[in-house]
Design a protein around this ligand. Structure first.
Ligand code: FAD
Length: 558
C-alpha cells in the first residue's frame, strides 16, 4: 500500500478545474501576459549561462545541433539593454561583493530580506538589484549566474522565438529519457509500493540497455507510465510531461517546411504528438493551473518588489502591469491547491527528494545540444522552479518575509506562463481545425472566444453542476478508478468487443514473442553488468548497485 500522506480521492474537489474555466482564464490573462513579455524590457531580456556549462551527466559532443534554426542571437552590443543590467554595471557589483556578508552572517540576518546591492554613482540609489547567485536551500532550480558578471549572455526572449529547430534524434531523446528518469523517486522515500519499485527497476533496466548502446524501439508511448504513484510524484511527472508537450506544441505551431523554406502551422505534427495523446494535453492545462496559481499567490509579495531597469517611469509601469496580471490570476477560479501537498511530517524526505530531482532536471538543460532549445529549456525549468518555490515555500499573506525571488526567477516565471498560455491558445485552434476541418481558424489572432459548449460548462461549473467528464482531474486515480468506465460512454457492439479482445490477445502474443527475442540481449546486458561489478570488486573500488529487474507490462503497455 502506498503510504503517501494524501489520499488521492480526498482532494479532488480542491484541486480540480475544468478545461473551459482555464480557457476562460487564459482569454482574460493573455493580453496582459503578451504585453508584459513582448513590451517590457524587464521581461524581454534574460541573462543566462548558455554556452559555458558542460553537460554534467554525459559527454554530449556528438549530439550538437548545427541547424541555423538552433542558434540563439545573443546580444553582442550591450547598449541595446538597459544600462543597469549591463555586464559593465554588474561588474561594479564585484566591489560590493567584497562586503557581501558571509554565509554565517547571512543566516543571522532576517533570512528572507532581499539581498540588495547599491550601485555606483550613475545609478539611482533607490533602484537596487539583487545579485545573489548562490543556491538557497529552498530553490527548486540551479540559479544561472545572473550575478556572475561577464559569465553569462544576455538574450532577448522576444527575438528568439521557441519554435521548430530540427533538433531531434538520440541526443534529444537521451535528455528526455534522463528527465523522466528523475521521476523514479528513491525507494527510501515513503511510497514504496511494490509496483512503483518495479517501475523504477524497469526504468533502470532500460538505462542499462542504453548504456550498452542498445537503441530501444520508439514505440510512441510516453516515457513513464503513470500508475500507482502519490500526488507529489504525479505532480512532478505532470510538470515535466506538460513542459515537454508545450515544447511539442510550439514546434508544431511554428514548423519549418524545408522544401518550400516556409514556416507553417503543422496540423499533422499536432495530431501525432498531442491530439492522439490527451493526457499530454491535460498536462499542459495542469501546468497552466499550477503557474497561474503561483502568480496569484505571489501577488502580495510583488507589491514590495523592486523592478529595476534604471528608468523609474518604466519600472513603475512594469510593476503596475505585473500587479494587474497577478490580480487577474487571483480573481479567476482557484486553479491549484498546493496546501494538500507535502503535509504529512512523514513526507518531508519526499519534499527534499522532489526539490533535488527538479534541480537535476534544471541541470540536464546543459545537455541539450541545440542552443535555442537549451535557452527555452532553461527559462522554463527556472520558471517551474520559481513557481514551485512560491507554491511550497511562500506564505501568501506576507510580502517582505518570503524567500527572495531573483529577477531571473520572476522573468522566467512570467515567460513560462506566457509559453504555456500560448500552448493553450495553439491547442484550442488546432483542436477546432482538426474537429471541423476548417484550417482558417489557425490564423485567428488572439484567444478564441470560449465556445458555446465551454461556456455552458463554465456556467454549469459556477452553479456547481459541472459533470465529471468536463473536469480536469489532477489527482491519482487508483486502480479501481482506472477500471471504471464513465457511464455516458457509448456502448460497444459485440463485434467491437470481439475485435478489441482479439487485438489484445494478438498484442500479448507479440509481446511474448518479442520478450523471447529480447531475452539473449537482456542476459548479455546482465552478464556485462555482473562482470563490471566483479571487476570493480577485484580492483577494490566501490561496486555499483544492481540496477536490473523485470518489468511486467500493464494492459496499456502491451
Ligand atoms: C529541453 C528540450 C527542449 C527542446 N526544444 C525544442 C525546440 O524549441 N524546438 C524543436 O524543434 N525541438 C526541441 N526539442 C526537441 C523536441 O522536444 C523533440 O525531442 C524532437 O522534436 C524529436 O521528437 P520525437 O518525435 O522523437 O519525440 P520526443 O518529443 O523527443 O519524445 C520522445 C519520447 O517521449 C515520449 N513523450 C513525448 N511527449 C511526451 C509528453 N508530453 N509526456 C510524456 N512523454 C512524452 C514519447 O515516448 C516519445 O517517443 C527540445 C528537446 C529538449 C530535450
Amino acid at each position: 500500500e502506498s503510504q503517501c500522506a494524501i489520499d488521492p480521492n480526498s482532494i479532488v474537489s480542491d484541486a480540480c478545474t475544468s478545461y473551459s474555466d482555464l480557457e476562460r482564464l487564459h482569454a482574460q490573462l493573455e493580453p496582459a501576459l503578451d504585453d508584459l513579455t513582448q513590451q517590457t524590457d524587464f521581461f524581454a531580456y534574460y541573462r543566462l549561462n548558455l554556452y559555458n556549462k558542460a553537460c554534467p551527466f554525459w559527454n554530449d559532443e556528438n549530439s550538437m545541433c548545427g541547424n541555423r534554426a538552433c542558434a540563439v542571437d545573443t546580444i553582442e552590443d550591450e547598449s541595446a539593454i538597459p544600462p543597469i543590467w549591463r555586464a559593465e554595471e554588474l561588474s561594479k557589483l564585484e566591489g560590493a561583493r567584497a562586503k557581501h556578508p558571509g554565509r554565517a552572517q547571512r543566516r543571522e540576518r532576517p533570512s528572507n530580506r532581499p539581498l540588495q546591492y547599491q550601485l555606483g554613482e550613475n545609478v539611482d540609489e533607490s533602484c537596487v538589484v539583487e545579485e545573489d547567485d548562490e543556491c538557497d536551500e529552498r530553490d527548486y532550480c540551479i540559479p544561472d549566474d545572473e550575478g556572475a558578471a561577464g559569465k553569462g549572455d544576455y538574450v532577448s526572449l522576444v527575438n528568439n522565438t521557441e519554435r521548430y529547430t530540427g533538433y531531434s534524434g538520440m541526443g534529444a531523446r537521451q535528455v528526455w529519457d534522463a528527465i523522466y528518469k528523475e521521476n523514479c523517486f528513491s525507494a527510501k522515500s515513503p511510497r514504496g509500493s511494490l509496483r512503483s519499485k518495479t517501475l523504477q527497476a524497469a526504468q533502470n533496466l532500460k538505462n542499462v540497455f542504453q548504456e550498452y548502446g542498445r537503441q530501444h524501439v520508439d514505440d510512441g508511448e510516453d516515457l513513464y507510465p503513470l500508475d500507482d504513484e502519490c500526488l507529489e510524484q504525479r505532480a512532478f511527472y505532470r510538470i515535466v510531461s506538460g513542459m515537454h508537450a508545450s515544447i511539442s506544441t510550439h514546434l508544431c505551431w511554428e514548423y519549418f517546411n524545408q522544401t518550400t523554406g516556409t514556416w507553417f502551422h503543422n496540423v499533422d505534427c499536432y495530431k501525432e504528438r498531442l491530439h492522439t495523446h490527451p493526457e499530454r494535453v491535460s498536462n499542459i492545462y495542469f501546468n497552466y493551473a499550477l503557474l497561474t496559481r503561483a502568480v496569484a499567490k505571489a501577488r502580495k509579495h510583488l507589491e514590495s518588489y523592486t523592478f529595476c531597469s534604471g528608468d523609474p517611469e518604466q519600472d513603475f509601469e512594469t510593476k503596475q502591469k505585473v500587479l494587474a496580471l497577478a490580480d487577474k490570476a487571483a480573481a479567476g477560479p482557484h486553479t491549484f491547491d498546493e496546501s494538500v501537498m507535502f503535509q504529512d511530517p512523514g513526507v518531508m524526505d519526499l519534499k527534499e527528494d522532489f526539490r533535488n530531482r527538479f534541480r537535476n532536471v534544471s541541470r540536464l538543460m546543459d545537455c541539450v545540444g541545440c542552443d535555442k532549445c537549451r535557452l527555452w529549456g532553461k527559462v522554463q525549468t527556472a520558471g517551474y522552479g520559481a513557481a514551485l518555490k512560491i507554491l511550497f515555500e511562500f506564505d501568501e499573506d506576507k510580502n517582505g518575509e518570503n524567500p527572495h525571488l531573483r529577477r531571473t526567477e520572476l522573468v522566467a516565471l512570467v515567460n513560462t506562463l506566457a509559453r504555456v498560455s500560448h500552448s493553450v491558445d495553439a491547442i484550442q485552434k488546432f483542436r477546432v481545425a482538426v474537429n471541423t476541418g476548417d484550417l482558417s481558424v489557425l490564423d485567428v489572432q488572439g484567444p478564441l472566444p470560449v465556445t458555446g459548449d465551454s461556456q455552458a460548462q463554465a456556467e454549469a461549473h459556477e452553479q456547481g453542476t459541472t459533470s465529471a467528464e468536463d473536469t480536469l482531474d489532477f489527482e491519482f486515480l487508483d486502480d479501481d478508478d482506472l477500471d471504471e468506465q464513465p457511464t455516458s460512454l457509448p456502448q460497444r457492439t459485440f463485434s467491437e468487443e470481439f475485435w478489441m479482445e482479439w487485438d489484445l490477445v494478438w498484442r500479448t502474443y507479440r509481446m511474448v514473442l518479442r520478450s523471447w527475442i529480447e531475452m539473449p540481449f537482456k542476459l548479455f546486458a546482465i552478464f556485462v553488468m555482473e562482470m563490471n561489478r566483479l571487476w570493480n570488486y577485484w580492483l577494490g573500488i566501490p561496486v555499483p548497485d544492481r540496477s536490473w529487474d523485470f518489468h511486467f507490462p500493464s494492459r496499456d503497455e502491451l
